[in-house]
Design a protein. Structure first.
Length: 409
């Protein structure tokens, strides 16, 4: 079968397309969120008039005069731009990517049998159901008396995130746990837009069109949720990128590392939010952020407990076993051990490496079977590995990797 028609190749390109869509829309959402928070905090509110504040800005050779109305202008403008599709498309594309990578590839990326003995469908069910829990609890807290106490509310939200970080690591692989924590948080942010911010804005618009004076409470509620989204953005970005860094996801304290990242997000955003509001420069936030970062770095190499160190010694699943049982495996094992294992080892022997790239170990037959599809994609269909072909993998060896995964499917 020609390579161009191989299902694995087509699936990989489908993943790439969805991932690229997710990145583009996330940039648009984050960009608009950061801009409007900075704009709102930086408004000059000492100018008389019906507006709550205004700002003059310069960009791209032009000048912009922006005014904000706390509730709404006296008359409804003919053209009104809504900011919503960036959030919706980011979440929808992220959900699709989660399904492609962690549901379809669940036996490799989602489940860790050394932590929980689950069938793939059970892991998928937990994955899907858990994403809604955060929103339900968070929304309940916001609508409770705690909603009038922003600091206490944020502390309760942080406690919820810490609990979920720990819970995910008790079930899923480290990579999947941190990714799901990011998706969990992003679901709260998107639901804020879809279920609170946009409906409240529609109420205001409807009142204006009907000639009624809008209730200021709707704008107040929307601003609170928008501010929460602002502080949650940076941790979500970190968690989405954490899959590239084994020192973040593949350690015993990954849940604590993820929790501390949320605190770093708060200190970083507090600095910029205070700066934009002309409230001075809270330089102390830099010191706190640096301390948190150093603590995270220390946790990433803290001594592991014995059960965690032996986590990869588990038996192969039936789906993984088929890669060992085919006749092509003997040849492939020799190729991987000679071309890949010097870097992808528990104690790499390649100069300058202290940890295996992306935490992938390829020293045993079990290691190789667990990463079969990844090996074929990285070193068979493509020449991504070995880097710069430093171990001189031949074209025949690459074809052997492709033949192996095809024979096992």
């Amino acid at each position: 079968m020609p390579v161009m028609y191989d299902l694995a190749v087509l699936w990989s390109w489908a993943e790439f397309a969805v991932r690229w869509l997710h990145v583009i829309t996330a940039i648009a959402w984050i960009g608009s969120s950061f801009y409007f928070i900075a704009l709102d905090l930086g408004l000059n509110r000492n100018i008389p008039g019906p507006a709550d504040g205004e700002e003059w800005q310069v960009h791209g050779g032009g000048f912009y005069h922006v005014q904000k109305y706390l509730v709404a202008p006296e008359e409804m403008p003919e053209h009104l731009t809504w900011f919503k599709w960036e959030a919706y498309t980011t979440w929808l594309s992220g959900a699709a990517l989660l399904m492609i990578v962690y549901w379809v590839g669940g036996e490799l990326y989602l489940l860790d049998p050394s932590k929980a003995d689950l069938m793939l469908w059970q892991g998928i069910l937990i994955s899907a159901a858990s994403l809604s829990i955060g929103w339900l609890v968070y929304d309940f807290l916001c609508k409770s008396p705690m909603g009038e106490k922003p600091t206490i509310l944020m502390l309760l939200l942080f406690a919820l995130l810490v609990a979920m970080a720990w819970g995910y690591t008790q079930i899923f692989t480290g990579r999947a746990a941190l990714l799901h924590l990011g998706a969990f948080t992003a679901t709260i942010m998107t639901a804020n837009v879809f279920l609170i911010i946009m409906p409240n804005q529609r109420v205001v618009v409807a009142d204006l069109k009907a000639g009624r004076k809008p209730d200021p409470k709707y704008g107040k509620i929307a601003k609170l949720r928008s501010t929460h989204n602002n502080y949650l953005t940076l941790p979500v970005v970190f968690l989405m990128l954490s899959t590239h860094y084994p020192l973040a996801f593949a350690t015993q304290w990954n849940w604590l590392i993820a929790s501390l990242v949320f605190l770093m997000g708060v200190t970083i955003r507090h600095f910029f939010n205070t700066m934009h509001s002309r409230g001075g420069m809270p330089w102390w936030t830099w010191a706190v952020t640096a301390i948190l970062f150093l603590l995270i770095a220390w946790l990433s190499i803290a001594p592991l407990s014995e059960p965690y160190e032996n986590a990869e010694a588990r038996a192969l699943t039936p789906a993984e076993s088929r890669y060992v049982e085919v006749t092509e495996f003997a040849e492939v094992e020799d190729i991987v051990l000679s071309r890949c294992s010097m870097c992808h080892a528990r104690e790499p022997v390649w100069d300058g490496l202290r940890w295996a790239p992306k935490g992938v170990h390829l020293e045993t037959s079990g290691d190789i079977a667990r990463h079969a599809e990844v090996i074929a994609m990285q070193a068979g269909y493509s020449h991504a590995m070995p880097p710069a072909n430093l171990t001189q993998m031949t074209a025949e060896e690459r074809r052997a990797l492709i033949a192996w995964v095809r024979a096992a499917r």
